[in-house]
Ligand binder design. Structure first.
Ligand SMILES: [Zn+2]
Ligand SMILES: [Zn+2]
Ligand SMILES: [Zn+2]
Ligand SMILES: [Zn+2]
Length: 423
């Protein structure tokens, strides 16, 4: 979800750019390889600029790339070797072998395996190790867990927060064991690499660490998915497979689960410049002042907060309504700020934990909007999964230390009426 790192004249590169390009603010010329402003000076500036007062005013300044979902054009469009950005279905793991495992794969609250939400391909130029780079977002589909997660996200890392939303960053150099160092051809001729971990037959998401004892063919990430698969058809198939392992009605790699979110390709474009008329938030200000009059002065502080929320919400609505179909907003810049639906319930600088691998600061990179739930067909019921925004913070240095899939930080804002019901 960024400029492609390959620098050849190959037309397939252009194709790739068209589908995957998320540009940084300096990227007016596709053919040029400029580095995003991510040097040390900027890091320091970023820290200085973090004051609360600045936030609303600065939101509009950064060039943002917005992403939309589309049905994949071909059945091979979203394969890992084409480095897709995608939502729903199952992950196109970048490193297909060293997948997250153990507690990384389950909801910290209910213990169920996490569901794949989306991935964004976002390579960076400044380092060889980030030639390929993808962010993967998972969450528990239970709204009950997400409500609990609201308390957990405020906790310090030392308190071991139990999250129901988890983000992983994976990156590879141009020369790596899994992919050609040349740009992939977007014509369906290239077969995906055979080198990959065996995946769970039910979710197709996580490593299939255990094998069905009877047929020795079906693999599972967890007992829960083994049980689910058994009750939804494997009980019949298992016997046949035990006699003839080739006699499978489901092709290998096909996912059995029917609760996985539908699969989409994420395509993106630069958000057009904000015109100066609306930049001052005429609509937002008007809305805020009307509400102020309505509310009177019962509680000065309360109404101040409510006004701030209304203003923030109006700014958010106004900005998002220009492209109401957008599901993600992306910006790679140390000065980037998310667009908050509400001014209350935002993390302060200290609420975003430092990178657990290098100890460096994290900065905002990606924001997921609730429109995605509409495309996923999630119902609008009381207990249905819902959020206002999910904001992803990643290591500013995109460091190489530690495990292959590095856990990053997600901050979730729920719709106000939902969060009001939380203890
Ligand atoms: Zn859960
Ligand atoms: Zn599974
Ligand atoms: Zn079996
Ligand atoms: Zn780091």
């Amino acid at each position: 979800m960024s400029r492609q790192n390959y620098q050849t004249g190959d037309s397939s590169v252009e194709n790739l750019r068209r589908t995957l390009r998320i540009t940084s603010l300096d990227d007016d010329d596709d053919e040029e390889d400029e580095s995003p402003p991510n040097n040390t000076t900027n890091l320091i500036n970023r820290m200085d600029e973090e004051d609360e007062d600045d936030e609303e005013d600065e939101e509009d300044e950064m060039a943002v790339t917005i992403g939309f979902v589309e049905k994949p054009k071909h059945d091979w469009s979203l394969l890992p070797h084409l480095f897709p950005s995608k939502a729903g279905g199952f992950p196109a793991w970048l490193d297909p072998v060293n997948l997250p495992s153990g507690s990384s794969t389950v909801c910290g609250i209910c213990g169920d395996p996490l569901q794949f939400l989306l991935q964004v391909y976002a390579p960076l130029f400044e380092k060889k190790s980030t030639f390929h780079r993808t962010l993967f977002v998972f969450m528990c589909p239970s709204m009950k867990c997400l409500l609990q997660d609201q308390h957990e996200q405020w906790k310090r890392p030392s308190d071991n927060p139990s999250r129901s939303v988890k983000v992983y960053r994976c990156q590879l150099p141009r020369s790596n064991p899994f992919y050609s160092s040349e740009p992939p051809k977007h014509n369906g001729t290239v077969k995906p690499s055979e080198v990959k971990a065996a995946l769970c037959s039910w979710c197709g998401t996580w490593k299939g660490c255990s094998v069905c004892g009877n047929c020795k063919t079906a693999r599972y990430c967890s007992e829960k998915h083994q049980a689910a698969h058994w009750h939804k058809g494997h009980n019949n198939e298992c016997r046949k497979l035990a006699i003839d392992p080739q006699n499978s009605s489901s092709s290998p790699g096909k996912i059995a689960s029917n609760s996985i979110w539908p699969q989409f390709e994420i395509v993106d474009e630069d958000e057009p410049e904000v015109d100066t008329m609306s930049e001052n938030g005429g609509y937002a200000t008007a809305l805020a002042s009307v509400s102020h009059v309505d509310e009177g002065f019962n509680s000065l502080i309360h109404s101040f907060e409510a006004d701030a929320d209304k203003k923030s919400s109006a700014t958010f609505q106004e900005r998002v309504s220009r492209f109401p179909e957008q599901v993600i907003r992306y910006c790679w810049s140390t000065r980037a700020k998310p667009l908050w639906p509400m001014s209350s319930g935002r993390p302060s600088e200290t609420d975003v934990p430092k990178c657990r691998y290098c100890g460096g600061p994290r900065c905002f990179e990606l924001q997921i909007l609730s429109k995605l739930l509409y495309y996923f067909g999630v119902k609008n019921d009381v207990n249905s999964l819902d959020w206002s925004t999910i904001v992803i913070y990643t290591c500013e240095a995109s460091c190489d230390e530690g495990v292959v899939y590095k856990e990053e930080f997600a901050w979730v804002q729920l719709p106000s009426q939902t969060s009001a019901t939380v203890g």
